[in-house]
Design a protein around this ligand. Structure first.
Ligand code: FES
Length: 166
């Protein structure tokens, strides 16, 4: 289950205002999606529909673009992003077991965000750190030679830190 996103009326107006500018130039879709991602923190279906209406495009086309580019997300992204590389070099060294372990610790599947909005788990393609495989990142920081035990420890330390912040 993912974190709930509340879309506010003034955010929609902000998006529409920015889109009015983009529509004056060729190729308004990508800048509109970037704006939506930054305003809402993601581009859920509800927002895709607004963009489709504004641009006179089908929602299927907008959805296709959103799901194609990893920089756009359909669900809100958590405060911390935890990502495991499933590129070939990492995969053959067991990165799937690392991802499974993190999934168990967080109780979510890759692509989801914890209900408290703290963690988003994802699988990614090669991040250019094949020499460190299997590689995972927490908030962009690479952990080299990640094992399920190392990954669990790193994540539990962050969870404990978050609890301490409450
Ligand atoms: S395959 Fe994982 S970093 Fe290249």
């Amino acid at each position: 289950m993912g974190a709930k996103l509340i879309i506010k009326e003034d955010q929609i107006l902000d998006l529409k205002r920015r889109m009015a500018e983009h529509k004056k130039k060729p190729g308004p879709l990508m800048p509109s999606l970037h704006d939506a991602q930054s305003i809402f923190g993601c581009v859920p279906l509800e927002v895709q529909k607004i963009i489709a209406d504004e641009l006179g495009e089908s929602i299927a086309k907008i959805n296709g673009v959103v799901t194609f580019y990893s920089r756009f997300t359909i669900e809100p992204v958590g405060k911390h992003t935890v990502s495991v590389c499933l590129g070939t070099a990492c995969y053959v060294k067991g990165s799937q077991t690392v991802l499974d372990e993190l999934s168990n610790v967080l109780g979510i599947k890759p692509g989801e965000t914890t209900e408290d909005g703290l963690f988003t788990l994802s699988a990614c393609r090669c991040i250019g750190a094949c020499g460190l495989s299997p590689a995972m990142t927490i908030d962009g920081q690479v952990t080299a030679q990640a094992t399920p035990a190392i990954a669990r420890k790193a994540l539990e330390a962050l969870i404990a830190e978050e609890k301490g912040n409450k």
